[in-house]
Design a protein around this ligand. Structure first.
Ligand SMILES: [Zn+2]
Length: 259
């Protein structure tokens, strides 16, 4: 039965990934995500439904527009495949739980935000706030159905603590950590806090460790200057997903600690 849930979430992920492509492209450019319909950026001809099937259309058209044959970025099928993979992984990890929808939203939101942060160094409010609201509502629903109010309380506390820590980090070093990261912090605190305080700690340390290792190696290989702004949101997303996916294994040595 779990296999069926994983397969279903993977297919759902392909569809969501297709929408995330629109969000990732349009939101940083301050365009509507609803209209107009997707069109080829080169010739402007709208993309028909049969050419808009996640991954398969791109492969079938060999990465070219049907009309003008100009290349279509490999990023589109990659984002769709990544969303499907993340959704399958979240389904495998969370399983049949009322909190699963909240974690799918977290995975989709973090993927979109990692992309906009990587490309434009922004974590748009138009993505962060809806994700925060959706995750909050879905976790409240999950708590109401399962009576896991304790999880919700820890989640809210972790969200507040993450927010305060990031607020202070931003005040100390606004270049290393922009205010977009401060806005994103409660989302991560909510999701990881629901799983337990130890997950919130693990996610925080994993994000900073990944950031330090990648940042220093980029500076060392001269691909990045020391003063350059870093896409901290990418590391936050990676650290959070690592904590969700590998938390039980990574936290096993600390099992005697409660939380
Ligand atoms: Zn075209």
């Amino acid at each position: 039965m779990l296999g069926l849930l994983i397969a279903y979430c993977a297919v759902f992920g392909l569809i969501v990934g297709s929408f995330l492509n629109v969000v990732i492209y349009r939101v940083p450019r301050k365009e509507s995500v609803v209209s107009p319909r997707s069109a080829c950026p080169t010739c402007g001809v709208p993309i028909s439904a049969r050419d808009n099937v996640p991954i398969f259309s791109w492969l079938f058209l060999r990465g070219k527009c049907r009309n003008c044959h100009s290349p279509i970025s490999v990023r589109y099928p990659l984002v769709e495949a990544a969303t499907a993979g993340l959704f399958a992984g979240v389904a495998a990890r969370i399983g049949f739980s009322w909190s699963l929808p909240a974690f799918l939203v977290v995975a989709a939101g973090l993927l979109a935000l990692a992309c906009t942060d990587f490309e434009h160094l922004v974590l748009p409010k138009r993505i962060v706030y809806p994700v925060l609201a959706l995750v909050g509502i879905l976790l409240i629903v999950a708590a109401a159905i399962t009576h896991h109010w304790h999880n919700l309380l820890i989640a809210v506390l972790c969200a507040i603590v993450w927010f305060v820590i990031f607020f202070v980090m931003n005040a100390i070093s606004p270049r290393a950590l922009g205010f977009g990261d401060v806005r994103l912090a409660p989302v991560l605190g909510l999701a990881l806090g629901w799983l337990g305080i130890r997950y919130a700690l693990l996610g925080f340390f994993a994000a900073n460790l990944i950031g330090a290792i990648l940042g220093l190696s980029l500076i060392a290989t001269k691909r990045m200057k020391r003063q350059q702004q870093i896409p901290y949101g990418v590391f936050l997303a990676m650290g959070t997903m690592l904590a969700i996916f590998a938390g039980p294994e990574l936290l096993r040595p600390f099992q005697s600690l409660k939380g």
